[in-house]
Design a protein around this ligand. Structure first.
Ligand code: NAI
Ligand code: MG
Length: 490
């Protein structure tokens, strides 16, 4: 029998206040079958093939989704090419109006998007509702605002849109990643062929419906569904001017090789293995909350997750005890329950990957902790897990697990922790918990990471750029920097 859990909930540091629409007024519709969105219309795939998208909490199919082959991708690219000239020549303030309209429509249908996001991807509804969907709308609002101010962003420079952007996104923040990609591309005058990840296509397809309703000129945004082969067809299409990719470092490298020697531009946002560092002078309870949020937010399917914890030795016992207590209070289960803190793992494949890492930890002889409650019988679930005294050479501290698994290490001095934290092929994000501003500033300049949070974690804002160093990729998304990725600047 499942042990009764307390009612504490994950405390997210977020400013996005969203009031959900009353239940009775919004109907969540999932169709039986989804076609491809090309040239402003839903069209049947030339491949004739469809695949199931699964609800990871029930292991049942939610809908059939079209699988685009090379010919389908080619029609999408042709449609985007045809739309490019008129769209890029539209007065920028007109382009902005469409992007604002998309933002408002997302807000209006926020509840529907949130429910579908949680059904298709397994994330807790409070995250979809309070973070993913409002932030997606915020990105469209933010970049709509830039559309007619590009010459102020790049004064005395000659700027031009790149053309047709091929955008390939992952399954961890499906609608939000679509917004990160589409909004700046449109604001700069490009047209788009976007491919969502194969386990989470539904909110992108819902966005396609919304885009059709918004009267955006046809072909400006095309959405094709499918898995890696479809993604590769976009990458290899000769009439694509830019590839924007978020996903695994492995596929990022394949893409880099594929476009070498072509004129295609690329931005790649890849994996991470972020250090979250607690100094003895930190407000401990607040830091513990930040660590919990840092690794268990979205089941740990977060490229910037704080998956390596460094605790200063003098407070090791206290922090570890508090973390264990906190784990016992987290609620794991039905993603649609608004009290759920940890939902379902996105796919069976990802659950197997995470479980393989739990086994590696065991084989390495590491001490671990998991809460005592039991998991739901059906669905892809994984207990939040702590591993203690993990060495620098352990695979758990070197490799991205992308699940609710925290590798804990200790340190004595500032120099020691900087060296340890930077000892990774990744460099996407990091967190520092301290009462001393000087220490926070010192670390933020010495940690090799695109984003360093001080006394907070996983805080996002459309106005601040996001992106990595080293194997975490290159290029920035968000903020004014995010515009550069979609412009040719002379
Ligand atoms: P993936 O990199 O295979 O998937 C990301 C996207 O790329 C999906 O849309 C997929 O269909 C597409 N794709 C796959 N192969 C492609 C190819 N050859 N050419 C073009 N597009 C292709 O990631 P996957 O297999 O779902 O997850 C594996 C690991 O990658 C995770 O365990 C995690 O460590 C990491 N990952 C990191 C993400 C991030 O946000 N940085 C997001 C997703 C995964
Ligand atoms: Mg799914």
């Amino acid at each position: 029998m499942a042990k009764k859990q307390n009612s504490f909930s994950l405390n997210f540091d977020t400013d996005w206040n969203y009031s959900p629409a009353p239940e009775s007024t919004s109907h969540v519709e999932i169709k039986e079958k989804y076609d491809l969105f090309i040239g402003g219309k839903f069209v049947k795939p030339k491949s004739g093939k469809y695949f199931d998208t699964i609800n990871p909490a029930t292991e049942k199919s939610l809908a059939k989704v079209a699988e685009a082959n090379e010919k389908d991708v080619d029609s999408a690219v042709k449609s985007a090419r045809k739309a490019f000239k008129p769209w890029s020549e539209l007065p920028a303030s007109e382009r902005a109006k469409y992007i604002f309209r998309i933002a408002r429509l997302i807000q209006e249908r926020a509840r529907e998007f949130a429910v579908i996001e949680s059904l298709d991807g397994g994330k807790p509804i409070k995250e979809s509702r309070d973070i993913d969907i409002p932030l997606a709308a915020a990105h469209f609002f933010y970049y709509a605002g830039w559309a007619d101010k590009l010459e102020y962003a790049f004064p005395n420079r000659k700027i031009k849109p790149l053309g047709v952007a091929g955008q390939i996104i992952p399954w961890n923040f499906p609608l939000l990643m679509a917004a990160w990609k589409i909004a700046p591309a449109l604001a700069c005058g490009n047209t788009v062929v976007l491919k969502p990840a194969e386990t989470t296509s539904l909110t992108a397809l819902k966005l396609a419906e919304l885009i059709a309703d918004s009267d955006l000129p046809e072909g400006v945004v095309n959405i094709v569904t499918g898995a890696g082969k479809t993604g590769a067809a976009i990458v290899n299409h000769p009439d694509i001017d830019k590839i924007a990719f978020t996903g695994s470092t492995e596929v990022g490298k394949i893409i880099q090789r594929a476009i070498a020697g072509t004129n295609k531009k690329a931005t790649l946002e890849l994996g991470g293995k972020a250090a979250n560092i607690i100094f003895e002078d930190a407000p401990i309870d607040q830091a513990v909350e930040g660590v919990i949020n840092g690794i268990f937010f979205n089941q740990g399917h977060v490229c910037c997750a704080g998956s390596r914890l460094f605790i200063q030795e003098s407070i090791k016992d206290e922090v570890e005890k508090k973390l264990k207590m906190r784990l016992e209070t987290l609620r794991i289960g039905d993603p649609l329950d608004k009290n759920t803190d940890i939902g379902a793992i996105n796919s069976k494949g990802q659950l197997e990957t995470i479980e393989a890492y739990l086994e590696i930890g065991k084989q390495e002889g590491l001490t671990s902790f998991q809460p005592s409650y039991s998991l739901p019988k059906k669905g892809y679930y994984c207990k939040p897990t702590l591993f203690f005294d993990v060495s620098q050479s352990s695979r758990l501290s070197k490799e991205e697990i992308f699940g609710p698994v925290l590798a804990i290490q200790t340190f004595r001095t500032v120099d020691e922790v900087i060296e340890k934290a930077n000892n990774t092929p990744y460099g996407l994000s990091a967190g520092v918990w301290t009462d001393k501003g000087s220490k926070a500033f010192n670390l933020s300049s010495q940690l090799k990471a695109g984003v360093v949070w001080a006394n907070t974690f996983n805080k996002f804002d459309p106005a601040s750029p996001f992106g990595g160093f080293k194997e975490s990729g290159f290029g920035r998304e968000g903020g004014m920097h995010g515009l550069e990725a979609y412009l040719s600047i002379k």
